[in-house]
Write a protein that binds this ligand. Structure first.
Ligand code: ATP
Length: 328
């Protein structure tokens, strides 16, 4: 497609929030100002686009947001945007504001929406991978993933203190939807006894054997990391099953939940979000549409959204092998 003249860009955050979204918005808006563009904030994701919750941004909006978790534009899940009628309303509002292009920051669902919208209405758009799950291809890391891993590790360190003091076995559930990236990273980074991820099945008897071996080796604490989307169930279910085999163990379950989404973004996520925010605006100006900007080997790469959401990205076998060696 020939590059279109772009003077006004709308930015939105959609789906689950992730630390670094603010930094990405700020970078896109700053880059827009640098290239003398008008920048618009679309509040509450696609829902705000449908309800015309759109404001022209000036530099005051993006002062002191880089370091804050969450998203000042707020995020939402919009059922209406999934319908042709909803997307038609969104298009009318974009036209009314004279917005020429969109930067959509979110996970695979949000990017799917952006792709569909581009197919239907031809509004140039670039997606940025904003999700703690790290489940998008076309980038080594998604915005918020690093912070979520740091948060999980910090929490697990604290759980280990109590696990050691009482010789307890803890099952800690981390987020990640159907992907085990947070689990494997947080598990390796916190010396977990075992890591259960959706990508690899670990039969309960294998887990029990592993825990028995560790018990014989007089390991002072046992923490098992469970990814939320695991096929054998969540941490609670797995703990129940293990309890049947190891009735004498003092077993506890902790679900880290939404605390993994919050907090100030790590330096890595600030840098990633800043680079990708600039890349989004520059990509649009260069006529790169319907793509996701990501960072691979520290270089900005634009991947067709369709590819970024469809290509299976799963936990590196090598990481899994290392986790296995370290937990023996
Ligand atoms: P996270 O991975 O953090 O949950 P996400 O972007 O995948 O983020 P979703 O709830 O899947 O979160 O998607 C966010 C929004 O994107 C949806 O509420 C909907 O408005 C839009 N969306 C998702 N899938 C589609 C689709 N197939 N068609 C149109 N819009 C969609």
């Amino acid at each position: 497609m020939e590059p279109k003249t772009i003077k006004k860009i709308g930015v939105l955050t959609s789906g689950g929030d992730s630390p670094g979204m603010n930094a990405a918005i700020r970078a896109a808006v700053r880059a827009g100002f640098y290239y003398n563009l008008e920048m618009y904030g679309i509040y509450r994701g696609y829902e705000g686009l449908i309800q015309n919750d759109i404001k022209k941004l000036d530099s005051r909006y993006i002062t002191h947001v880089l370091e804050r978790g969450g998203t000042f534009l707020k995020s939402a899940r919009s059922a209406e945007f999934r319908t042709p009628e909803g997307r038609s309303k969104a298009y009318e509002n974009i036209k009314a504001h004279g917005i020429d292009a969109l930067v959509v920051i979110g996970g695979d669902g949000s990017l799917t929406g952006a792709h569909l919208f581009f197919q239907e209405y031809g509004i140039p758009s670039i997606g940025l991978p904003g999700t703690i799950d790290n489940d998008l291809s076309g980038t080594d890391s998604t915005i918020g993933f690093d912070t979520a891993c740091n948060t999980a590790i910090e929490a697990i360190d604290k759980i280990r203190d109590t696990a050691t003091s009482h010789d307890r076995l803890f099952f800690v559930e981390v987020m990640g939807r159907d992907a085990g990236f947070i689990a494997i990273n947080a598990g390796i980074g916190s010396a977990a006894a075992a890591i259960l991820i959706p990508e690899k099945k670990m039969p309960i008897d294998h887990l029990v054997d592993k825990l028995k071996i560790r018990s014989k080796a007089k390991k002072s604490s046992n923490i098992v990391i469970v990814a939320e989307g695991g096929k054998s169930g969540g941490a609670g279910e797995i703990a129940e099953k293990v309890k049947k085999f190891l009735p004498s163990y003092d077993i506890k379950v902790t679900i880290l939940g939404h605390l993994q989404r919050g907090g100030a973004p790590s330096s890595f996520d600030r840098l990633l979000a800043s680079k990708l925010g600039v890349a989004a605006v520059e990509g649009l100006l260069q006529g790169k549409y319907d793509v996701m900007a990501g960072l691979i080997n520290n270089k900005v790469v634009y991947t067709p959204i369709k590819k970024a959401i469809i290509d299976d990205k799963s936990v590196d076998e090598e990481d899994f092998r290392i986790a296995k060696i370290l937990s023996t």
